[in-house]
Structure formats: C-alpha cells, structure tokens
Design a protein around this ligand. Structure first.
Ligand code: HOZ
Length: 432
C-alpha cells in the first residue's frame, strides 16, 4: 500500500457529538456515509487537490466540495480576492458592480443565457426555473428523468438522484401529492418514453428539465442524439428545454454541457463552480423568458443574500482562472488518465466495472454495464463499492461516499496525484 492505514480518533469523537446536535450528524445527507459504511471523516482544512482531517491525515480529494473546487481548494488568487472584498463588507442587499461583472461573464460563456438571476444554491435556481417555465408556457406539467436531481424542492423529489438515491428513499414524506402530480418521469437516454409522455399530455407539458450529463445517479453520459432529440421534441410540442448545469456548468467545458454537445436549451440553471466555493446558484436563458422574472415581470422570486459580494467575487476570480489557455485540455487529460486507469485496474483484478469521464467529471459503477440510465446504475454492487470506498479512504484517497455521485477533479490535481490514486486503487481492488 502507498500509505498506512489512518487513525481517525478525533473524527469519530466529533462525529459522535454531532449525532446529538444535527439530524444524522450532518448538514446534508450523503455526507453521513450511510451507504458506504464506516464513519465520515471530519475535516479541518483544504488546499489545492488535498484535504486534511481533524486527526491530521491528508487525502487526495475527488469530491471537491461536491463540484465547486475546479481550481483546487482555496486557490491563492480566490482567497486574495475574497480578503479584499471582505474589507468592503459581506452583504449589501442591494445592487453591486460585481453582479454585473459575473453576469456578463456568465452570459458570454453559456450559449443559452441572455439574462441571468443570481440566487444562493442550485436548489433555489431549480425552484426559480420551475416557476418560470410554468409561467411562460401557462402549463403545469414537467418532465424530469429518473435518477436526475434538481435540488430538494417538492416538485423534484420524484425518483430523484443524489442523497435520495444514495439512501434508497423512495419519494420523501412531507411532499404533498399535489406538488408532484404534475411531475412526469422518464428513463434517461430514452427518447421514445419522452415522446410518449408528450403524446399522452398534449399541450400540458411546460418543459423538460435534465442534467445533460448526469452526476447525481453516478456519472452517466448522454447517448449520441439524446440531447438533440430532446431539443427537437420540445420544439415540436411547444415546450421548454431546461439544462440543469449546476454540476456541469463551467466543468464539462467553459460554456457547460450545452457548449460541449452543441445543443442550446431555453433555460439553464447553474451553481457550484460559479460560486468558487461560496454559496451561489443562478438561472438564466432567453431574454423573452427571463423578462418575466420580477421585477421586470410578474414571476416572483427573491433572496436576501442573492448576489452578495463575497460569492460574486469568488465566482468572478474562479471563472477568470478557468479562462487560462489549456485549462480544459489539462482537466480532460488527467481525468481521462484517472478514469481509464481505474477501469483497467478493475479489469486486471477481475471486477465487473464500467464508467467514464468527460472533462473534469468522472465515475465508475461496480457493474459490467453499460449504464445508460438510473435502472442500469442500480444494478451496481453497492456493497462492493462501499468496500472500495473505505479502502481508498483508509489509504489517503477521498471519493464521494456514494455509488450514485460523480467524481470531480481540479486543475490542482497533478499527474503524480493520479498515479498515486491508481496505485492505491490497484491495491484496494486486489483485496476486495
Ligand atoms: N447536491 C450535492 C450532492 N450531489 C450535495 C451533497 C452534500 O453537500 O452533502
């Protein structure tokens, strides 16, 4: 083994105390490690590609605070910009120049976005976009895909991914039937099912929302023609197409999955990377649709901390860093090396594994695959994934603690980090 097995005494103490203070000891469910076994690691600080726990152990990190850390954690330029911004105050609750700067950067980068509204999280962005798509079309039904996750608003908690998939919860108690009766679902990558839903619900469907590359059911790429097919169907049936690019925005490419695949939706939601590690979300799209958002139009949505100067500053600096030539080529190269390496090691050590990567997003499933949708993903040997996860963790590699979450790299990850990760994976897979 590359590293010796870690001691996590303090982590265990802190997490034990947390159990009495917060439900499950966490602020967000997947972090509790319920599906991989063992206890979560309690962290102390982060830098670049690494995180350190409260016991002083160092890990190579492929969670990246669930996506935002594409420049590596605590990038010195982001931290310096934040220090400067901090001196001017943490929140204005009023317009600032910084909002204009980030808005222009987002509009320039993302093909579908002509106007943007900043909010505080991906969940908020998807809630806002849902109201807007219904208002614009004057229709109530929406189509989402099984295993896709669009935050925890009531209407989206139907066959959802992320923590809902990880914990095996069907559809959450507390969500009124009336809130989900207009949510239709289809398997990802299945255009025929989508067409059938449009036929059965003529003139009733406001639009389709999807993760163009799924990250919340594990990593699942769109089949050739799938995104194009959805674009055609939405045009045909007078519905809107919404890409939830909270994970893929500025990660799959600078302009997101829509740039990468050349399919332009009507509306887009963003989060994670555009906040550079601070709480941010955004939704944007066609000017005629966005003009309906209050106060320009009648569709209400608001937020005390929306567009706050710290989040805007971290976002601006992060996007500036991503504009450096060669960034996405580098991200793709190291992530491909990682994903290909893991698949090769699995093959050589006799495990049925499939997976892949696009740019700085990757995943592998413990099933022979192929995985085109959530039903396929659920065929994974999750107990084996749990043992793999634990083995990697105990030897200094931090992966998302769920078979149903994508992995993330950053441009702080070096070739040596990838080599070290693969060396650990070879040892762990050999002993699974
Ligand atoms: N939406 C994230 C996972 N897909 C959140 C997980 C977390 O922060 O614990």
């Amino acid at each position: 083994m590359v590293n010796t097995t870690i001691k996590t005494t303090k982590s265990q103490e802190v997490f034990a105390a947390a159990q009495n203070l917060m439900p499950g000891g966490v602020s967000s469910p997947v972090r509790a490690f319920k599906s991989v076994g063992g206890q979560p690691i309690v962290f102390d600080h982060v830098k670049g590609a690494y995180i350190w726990d409260v016991d002083g152990n160092q890990y190579i990190d492929y969670v990246g605070t669930w996506g935002p850390a594409i420049c590596g954690h605590a990038h010195p330029e982001v931290i310096a910009a934040l220090h400067e911004a901090l001196e001017k105050g943490t929140s204005f609750g009023a317009p600032s120049v910084l909002e204009n700067v980030l808005a222009e950067m987002v509009i320039d980068a993302v093909p579908s976005i002509e106007m943007v509204r900043f909010v505080n999280s991906g969940t908020e962005a998807c809630m806002g976009v849902l109201r807007l798509m219904r208002a614009f079309t004057n229709r109530e039904k929406i189509i989402k895909f099984e295993g896709c996750y669009h935050g925890h608003a009531d209407a989206f908690l139907v066959k959802a991914g992320s923590g809902v998939a990880t914990l095996g919860l069907p559809d959450s108690p507390g969500v009124p039937k009336s809130a989900t009766s207009t949510t239709l679902t289809a398997p990802f990558n299945d255009l025929e099912s989508v067409k059938a839903l449009f036929e059965e619900n003529r003139d009733e469907i406001a639009g389709i929302i999807l993760e163009p590359v799924v990250g919340n059911a594990g990593f699942i790429a769109p089949d050739a023609g799938f995104l194009e097919g959805l674009r055609e169907l939405t045009h045909e049936y007078g519905a809107l197409l919404v890409f939830d690019e909270v994970m893929t925005g500025f990660r799959i490419a600078y302009g997101g999955a829509q740039e990468k695949f050349g399919v332009t939706p009507d509306l887009t939601t963003l989060g994670k990377v555009i906040g550079g590690g601070l709480p941010v979300g955004a939704y944007g799209g066609r000017r005629d649709i966005m003009s309906m958002v209050a106060p320009a139009g009648p569709v209400y949505q608001a937020g005390t901390l929306s567009g706050n100067p710290l989040a805007m500053t971290a976002g601006i600096k992060t996007l500036e860093l991503l504009q450096k030539p060669g960034t996405y080529e580098y991200l793709d190269r190291i992530t491909k090396k990682l994903a290909d390496g893991l698949l090769q090691i699995a093959k050589e050590t006799g495990h049925a594994v499939c997976g892949g990567q696009i740019s700085a997003m990757f995943g592998l499933f413990f099933t022979s695959g192929p995985v085109h949708n959530y039903e396929d993903a659920k065929k994974s040997d999750t107990a084996k994934f749990g043992r793999f996860h634990r083995g990697m963790l105990e030897h200094g590699v931090y992966l998302a603690p769920s078979q149903f979450e994508a992995g993330f790299t950053s441009f702080a990850h070096t070739e040596e980090d990838i080599d070290q990760t693969l060396a650990v994976a070879r040892d762990v897979m050999s002993s699974l």
